[in-house]
Design a protein around this ligand. Structure first.
Ligand code: MF3
Ligand code: CO
Length: 283
């Protein structure tokens, strides 16, 4: 069988430091957006919050203008899964579940991350879904770290770990047709990272790889449709979805979660590279 030849950009430790700087800008933007989420706030306002944090840091919003995308974040509310365009007309109400995806480019290097946030009081099963999505993302990151450390990891070990964590968490749909990706001097690079599948396939996990790990799950069906705006992806059955994402780098002594302020240490402990300053800035 002939396979598509993957073009995986391996980063030097110095380049990974540059990606860390971009990742921290994304982390700061998302933290500000998280704080701004409340009933009565529009997704357009959230977009303005993210853009100003990114620009104040001397970075640029990487989504803005990407294939013509008109904003700095994607703000996907309830049955919107990903790539929903923020607007001043879309006002959050108590009980909404919103996923905010944000990217920044700093000195030519990209960061990309997403969070899922409850608007006020949210149905427990939706909160549970958001927790499962997070747990699955961290399971995928841990699998990447272990695979790079022991030298036997393959890309789909991440996919398998994400899927296993979602299945363990309950009956959720794993969104079809979307997944994570390589990241570096472009927001989207090879390889594509599926959120499901058998382990032990695909390219080897090696130091220098940088990946965005991004589970997307739903309370119902994994099927989605794209709206006529050419961007917004919604669930086919109208069920609510959650999306979380981190950009990570693999080093020879562990993983660095570039878009997490603590580098991932809180969730991953010793799987995190010792190279990360322990007193990393708390933004
Ligand atoms: N983080 C998103 C992803 O990896 C990127 C959205 S790009 C934009 O799919 F088109 F929405 F800008
Ligand atoms: Co992404």
């Amino acid at each position: 069988m002939r396979r598509h030849q993957l073009d995986i950009q391996l980063k030097t430790p110095d380049q990974i430091e540059l990606m860390r700087a971009a990742g921290l800008v994304v982390a700061a933007a998302l933290a500000a957006v998280r704080d701004a989420v409340a009933p009565g706030v529009s997704t357009g306002q959230l977009d303005a919050v993210a853009e100003s944090v990114i620009r104040d840091a001397g970075a640029a919003p990487s989504f803005l203008g990407y294939h013509g995308y008109p904003a700095s974040i994607c703000s996907s509310v309830n049955e919107q899964v990903v790539h929903a365009i923020p607007s001043r007309e879309q006002v959050l109400v108590e009980g909404d579940l919103i996923s905010i995806d944000c990217g920044a480019v700093l000195n030519g290097w990209h960061g990309d991350a997403a969070i899922t946030v409850a608007v006020g009081d949210v149905r427990p099963e939706l909160l549970r879904m958001a927790t499962v999505a997070e747990d699955a993302m961290w399971a995928g990151i841990a699998a990447a770290a272990r695979g790079a450390a022991n030298g036997r990891g393959r890309l789909t070990d991440i996919s398998y770990a994400v899927e296993t964590a979602v299945r363990k968490g309950g009956r959720f749909g794993i969104v079809d047709g979307y997944g994570g990706h390589g990241i570096g001097t472009e927001m989207h690079q090879d390889p594509h990272v599926l959120n499901h599948g058998r382990p032990g396939r695909g390219p080897r996990l090696v130091p220098g790889m940088a990946l965005a790990i991004e589970p997307m799950i739903t309370i119902g069906s994994p099927k989605t449709v794209e709206l006529a705006d050419g961007w917004t992806v919604v669930t086919k059955d109208g069920s609510v979805a959650a999306h979380v994402e981190h950009s990570i780098a693999l080093l020879d002594d562990g993983v660095w979660v570039l878009t997490s302020v603590d580098g991932g240490r809180g969730r991953l402990g010793d799987l995190v590279t010792a190279r990360q300053p322990v007193d990393s800035p708390s933004a």
